[in-house]
Write a protein that binds this ligand. Structure first.
Ligand code: NDP
Length: 446
């Protein structure tokens, strides 16, 4: 690689032409870091960028499992161990048909910066499979998880690599995988986070990503002397992150106008109330149903095949998946008066959408800052396991608050311009980068 930005980007495209999500994440980070790197050329030495862009290790493996009819299926399993400069690899597992090496590399790359921002000693990794838990029985999911963990267990450990949940991997899947790991290793260690509370899980871990995202949005609004009280909020997704983001917005006096899933958008014209929120949670977590089933409930309308971005709002929280909000969506949000966007999901906004928000001075927080609350409380789960104690809900919530505030401060420190506008993309990327790069420089060429 030579040392111009365009040559770095061209080299990434050439090296991994079939990994568009990884290219996108790398382009976002390198572009926003570039002026800082020019001013601090030590960070362009010792192959820091090249090493950050190359996983320390990528593991691909076969996952055979048998369905309820006795038919054998084979899925592909992965673990990308991206960077361990500041701590053991840490990052979730995703089970979704769209999973491939490029998607997991983008997620693992983002995770390195996010974990550094939490102030906790965690490196970055990500894994998963193209297995789709939707429509599978509990026994099928269990057999898949056991087969997946049988191979993954060789590559992880409480001081080596600690996975957690992500899309398609919730409490059920973490439980099955943890059970299999424990059985194979014959030891009770903190090898997965997001565990159930009866076997080492932390209070507030299920809530952490969604709550943390809203705490971050509160800080963003505060920088403009605003609060969530009375604000209209659109949220996409209806999974773990979206559910708890919605609950916290309601608790803080905001009006939740939408949730969504891959079938469409559920619109709450007068705002989502806690009783309807409970119905959504039961539908998605217990019955594993589709949002469409709630169409026609009082104040609830389902809009098929639609995302929520056309709805007029003050704050948008994309909490479903990558690239779910494009430039046209961003324009609609801006035109309809949206003043802030905080990403609960990883990379939900396309590069063009993100650029448009920044151009219009919309408050815009990338996932690596706004959704870091989940991995932060996973880090707290590891600490509690190591100390063999459990903190109360209030203690964990207090720590989550402090961590989200400190991430906001780090973003402001590196991202605020002369006019006081905070570029959270720049701030988060520089703050995360400096911590990891300093550790890499100290540890030599490894
Ligand atoms: P869940 O599996 O609990 O929920 C995912 C939600 O997103 C579902 O409502 C799902 O709808 C929807 N969705 C998934 N893929 C698509 C798609 N292609 N188009 C439209 N909707 C889609 O996952 P999480 O809530 O855990 O994760 C959501 C996002 O947050 C991801 O980007 C994840 O990486 C990120 N994240 C999660 C953390 C966590 O602690 N869980 C931590 C930090 C980030 P459907 O059911 O129809 O598929």
């Amino acid at each position: 690689m030579t040392d111009t930005l365009s040559s770095y980007l061209a080299s990434i495209r050439k090296k991994d032409p079939d990994q568009p999500e990884f290219q996108q994440a790398a382009e976002e980070v390198l572009t926003s870091l570039w002026p800082f790197l020019q001013d601090n050329p030590a960070y362009l030495s010792q192959g820091i960028l090249e090493r950050l862009l190359e996983p320390e290790r990528s593991i691909t493996f076969r996952v055979p499992w048998t369905d309820d009819q006795g038919k054998v299926h084979v899925n592909r399993g992965y673990r990308v161990q991206m960077n361990s400069a500041i701590g053991p690899y840490k990052g979730g597992l995703r089970f979704h048909p769209s999973v491939n090496l490029g998607v997991l590399k983008f997620l693992a790359f983002e995770q390195v910066f996010k974990n550094a921002l939490t102030t906790l000693p965690m490196g970055g990794g990500k894994g998963g499979s193209d297995f789709d838990p939707k429509g599978k029985s509990d026994s099928e999911v269990m057999r898949f998880c056991q087969s997946f963990m049988t191979e993954l267990s060789r590559h992880i450990g409480a001081n080596l690599d600690i996975p957690a949940g992500d899309i398609g991997v919730g409490a059920r899947e973490v439980g099955y995988m943890y059970g299999q790991y424990k059985r194979m290793r014959n030891e009770f260690t903190s090898v997965l986070t997001g565990k159930g509370q009866t076997y080492g899980g932390s209070l507030m871990r299920p809530e952490a990503t969604g709550f943390g995202c809203v705490y971050f949005a509160e800080q963003m609004l505060k920088s403009r002397d605003k609060s969530l009280d009375g604000l209209r909020v659109v949220i996409s997704g209806a999974g773990n992150v979206a559910q708890y983001a919605a609950l916290k917005v309601i608790q803080l006096g905001g009006l939740v106008l939408s949730l969504s899933d891959s079938g469409g958008t559920l619109h709450f014209a007068d705002g989502l109330d806690e009783a309807t929120w409970k119905k959504v949670v039961k539908l998605k977590n217990q019955e594993r149903g589709r949002l469409e089933a709630l169409d026609g409930q009082p104040g609830v309308q389902f809009i098929a095949n639609s995302t929520p971005w056309h709805l007029s709002c003050d704050l948008a929280l994309p909490c479903a998946t990558q690239n779910e909000l494009d430039e046209d969506d961003a324009r609609k949000l801006i035109d309809n008066g949206c003043i802030a966007v905080a990403e609960g999901a990883n990379m939900p906004c396309t590069l063009a959408a993100a650029d448009l928000f920044l151009e219009h001075k919309t408050l815009y927080a990338p996932g690596k800052a706004a959704n870091a609350g989940g991995v932060a409380v996973s880090g707290l789960e590891m600490s509690q396991n190591a100390m063999r104690l459990s903190w109360t809900e209030e203690e964990v919530d207090q720590k989550l608050h402090e961590i989200m505030e400190s991430i906001h401060n780090a973003c402001s420190h590196y991202g605020k311009d002369e006019e006081g506008f905070i570029n959270y993309v720049k701030g988060a990327n520089i703050a995360g980068f400096v911590k990891v790069a300093d550790a890499m420089l100290a540890q030599g060429i490894v």
